[in-house]
Ligand binder design. Sequence first.
Ligand code: C2E
Ligand code: MG
Ligand code: MG
Length: 387
Amino acid sequence: MNSHNESPTVVVIDDDAAVAGTVSSIIGRAGFNVETFVSAAEARERLRSGGIDVVVSDVMMPDINGLDLLEQLRRSGVYVPVILMTGSPKLDDTMRAMELGAFRYIAKPFDRVTVIQAVEEAVKWGRLIRVTLTHTTEVSRQTLEAALDRALDGLCMHYQPIVGAANGKVFGYEALMRSNEPTLRSPPAVIDAAQKLGRLHTLGRLVRRLVAEQISASRPESVIFVNLHSADLADPQLYSPDAPLSKHASGVVLELTERESLEAIDNVDKRLAQLRALGFRIAVDDLGAGYAGLSYFSRVQPDVVKIDMSLTRNVHSDPVKRRVVSSICELAKDLSMIIVAEGIETTDEFNEVARNGVDLVQGYLFGKPAPFAQSAMAPELALRTTQ
Ligand code: C2E
Ligand code: MG
Ligand code: MG
């Protein structure tokens, strides 16, 4: 982008070299920097590289016409003002030019003054738009940053019981973050904000510290399941034996969700081996949610698999879900993995997954996420009623 003191740069595009030359010299003599192109394809590369204040383009050109060029620029988020010139103005084209936000549509032949005035006004307009866009981006970033700070300040963990399908005894609890920031209420909203602001490691460390503090304070006999974001795998603190959660590793299952790809993380196998060496067990969360599927499963070789609630919802009455759940169970049992069915809300769903040999169940039927003291008192009521 040009500074306010430099001469603005104008790109002129016309497949008729004589017209391109005339227009360029009119604009050049008025004190602008001019770059001339005889095809839109050639100009497109230049436009992508930025630093242009105005584009003056012919409409009818053999490769890409001026209107298509304008549309491509808008789609790629380039907000440079475009002045279109045409020898044969058509109503359809004019309408489309307006829809696409062309700055002006001028008919050939045109006089020198019309061209220069249009370019001068377009330069002013373009600068105004850029200042507004920059300001808006900056303001929304600051707002998000402040909201995330508040969410992190008030973040706490709730715990949802995971119970044995056969005996109804609490096997463990899944730790789930809770925020009291009104603009970032749900865990995915907090995670999304942290991701946008490049603060996922701060969030992950906070979650692990809060869980470690809870374990230290209440010394539960049961296992605690902790969700990781795939980005957490790239945080060296996760692997430190001195990190707060590492001290409790043998009682912790780290959940990696199938929803997030591991593509961006290098040496995944080595990293998982390191976590296992510290004593952590690994779970694949949300299995069957329709993302990475079985390739993820074989990559991670988890100790625990958690079947996603999209599969367990109404599993008793949906023949396809029944088959999928039963195949997952068969495979996981074959590989000696512990199976958890998530999101169990009804007795029918419970009976169906139990019939398939699921080891553990989790869902509103057995207890909603709650502060640890409340969760730890959760009775085994729901299960008893089903047997
Ligand atoms: P998830 O790990 O699969 O957690 C289960 C989600 O299902 C939780 O939603 C839980 O409250 C909800 N749930 C449990 N039982 C039932 C049920 O019977 N019916 C229904 N409809 N929902 C049930 P929550 O707490 O809103 O968390 C959503 C997701 O956000 C989690 O899915 C997890 O992927 C992520 N998340 C939550 N806490 C953390 C965290 O501390 N760290 C990371 N990295 N991710 C987290
Ligand atoms: Mg989970
Ligand atoms: Mg899940």
